[in-house]
Design a protein around this ligand. Structure first.
Ligand SMILES: [Zn+2]
Length: 468
């Protein structure tokens, strides 16, 4: 990619025609998407200011956001050696994004005053708000597309002549620009309000439609934690919006709430004890989320014991135990008082894969839970990878995708949500899984469990060394 940019950069310094030459490094066509329209400019150099920087105002006047994004990747002049106007989605592209934005915003800041997002030297830290935030990289990429107004909402599609009307395809009340999608559309407002009960979101009065930069303003006026919450929430809203637009059955609001809450808490849990799940733990630590985990760690530590579900819900815990070719799984369902509805174990023949055993435990546990209770279901597994596969939904392409699909199908029969729990909060199902593996038989205890499980539950409900 860097190589491609270099060739483009050389071209820009010569006479390059805006509408005839292929000067934008877009794969595979290498052309602009914007139509020429009434643009009278001919040369690429006319899109720059006297310092050789891109003239953002002109870019915004004549190009669609998707093209502006590509154009801003190009370093316009070698005379400004320190600035590098390029963007690469790879991790090592973070710093070029920042310098690119600095370069671009020097020009923009002549026209707009964003005191809150400007440091004294005029360098806006806005891009850091996204690329250094505490959310997963895919959410950062999404936030970046939102900040550059390059999401395919109906207003942008109309500009690209891909739609005829910008009216919101979900509610039909207003034109669907990015502000409408995330701040005004009905489902977005509802999900924001629900999540505000769980997360410390910024006040809704901070959602102001100040122009295409509204999201950048919002990030600038929000603290680090709030930014992470907002990005995660908007990411989910965009997912739900796409489901609705594509006429799929959208996930119920409570599923979205569970998804979002568990997503961040899974990230925090794995960091507080990365050895819980070495495969995933490594992947997440690599994304630079340590800081967020540290902050959230205290919450996790406070719940080091199994926690009862809220009134009107039941909680299922599942676990697997694998030793050589022998595997077992354990499942236990409890009510809001911590009483056992059922506990169960089973031996799994010919299974030596922990992840497979964990998924089978979930499948069996959820099926049983739906049989033995009518209440909404909280599901906990200490296998982060399994939880993430289920939360990730249909995108799963692993060799266990069919089990994941079955689990999701069963979960849809009941209002349910799944979260990752630490092993120390999952002891009862763990001992059931051991029991199943060693006893080599399936058992279901209704309203009770084997002695070892009853002991554990007794200890959980009456902790000896609990906080005063
Ligand atoms: Zn709408």
């Amino acid at each position: 990619m860097r190589r491609a940019l270099c060739s483009v950069q050389l071209m820009v310094n010569q006479k390059v025609r805006i509408w005839r030459d292929r000067w934008v490094a877009r794969e595979p066509t290498g052309g602009l998407i914007s139509a020429r329209g009434r643009c009278r400019l001919k040369w690429v150099s006319e899109l720059m200011d006297f310092r050789g920087n891109w003239d953002l105002e002109k870019l915004q006047q004549y190009f669609l956001p998707v093209d502006i994004v590509e154009i801003l990747k190009i370093r316009p002049s070698p005379r400004f050696g320190e600035d590098f106007l390029a963007w690469a989605p790879e991790r090592n592209g973070i710093f070029t994004v920042r310098s690119a934005y600095k370069l671009a915003s020097d020009e923009a800041s002549n026209h707009q005053e964003h005191s809150s997002s400007s440091s004294p030297d005029g360098t806006r830290a806005v891009w850091n708000h996204i690329w250094k935030s505490l959310v997963p990289p895919k959410v950062q990429s999404f936030a970046w597309r939102l900040a550059t107004d390059s999401l395919a909402n109906w207003t942008n599609k109309v500009k690209r002549k891909l739609e005829v009307s910008p009216l919101c395809p979900v509610c039909g009340r207003e034109d669907e620009d990015s502000f409408h999608v995330f701040c005004s559309c009905n489902h977005a407002v509802i999900l924001w309000k629900l999540m505000a009960k769980v997360w410390n979101l910024p006040s809704r009065t901070m959602l102001k439609h100040v122009g295409p930069d509204w999201f950048i303003h919002l990030l600038a006026e929000t603290n680090e934690e709030g930014r992470a919450f907002v990005m995660m929430l908007f990411w989910r809203i965009w997912f739900v919006r796409n489901e609705l637009v594509h006429h799929k059955r959208p996930p119920p609001m409570e599923v979205s709430v569970c998804f979002l809450s568990s997503y961040l808490s899974s990230l925090s849990a794995i960091n507080s004890n990365p050895s819980d799940d070495p495969i995933k733990g490594k992947a997440i630590l690599d994304t630079g989320l340590e800081k967020s985990h540290k902050r959230l760690q205290s919450d996790v530590a406070a719940d080091a014991l199994w926690a009862k579900p809220s009134i009107g819900r039941v909680k299922l815990n599942t676990d697997a135990s694998v030793l050589g070719e022998e595997a077992g799984c354990g499942m236990i369902l409890r009510d809001h008082e911590g009483s056992i509805i059922f506990s169960s174990c089973r031996h799994i023949y010919g299974c030596n894969d922990v992840l497979e055993a964990e998924l089978l435990a979930l499948r069996e546990g959820i099926s049983l839970a739906i049989l033995w209770s009518m209440l909404p279901l909280d599901i906990e597994s200490d296998c982060l990878q399994a939880v993430q596969m289920i939360v990730g939904g249909s995108s799963n392409k692993s060799k266990f995708a069919f089990i994941v699909k079955e689990i999701i199908g069963i979960m849809e029969e009941r209002s349910s949500c799944i979260t990752h729990s630490r092993r120390c909060c999952n002891l009862a199902s763990h001992s059931l899984a051991n029991f199943g593996r060693t006893q080599r038989r399936p058992v279901v205890w209704l309203g009770s469990g084997p002695e070892v499980v009853r002991d554990i539950i007794e200890r959980e409900c009456n902790p000896v060394n609990g906080a005063e």
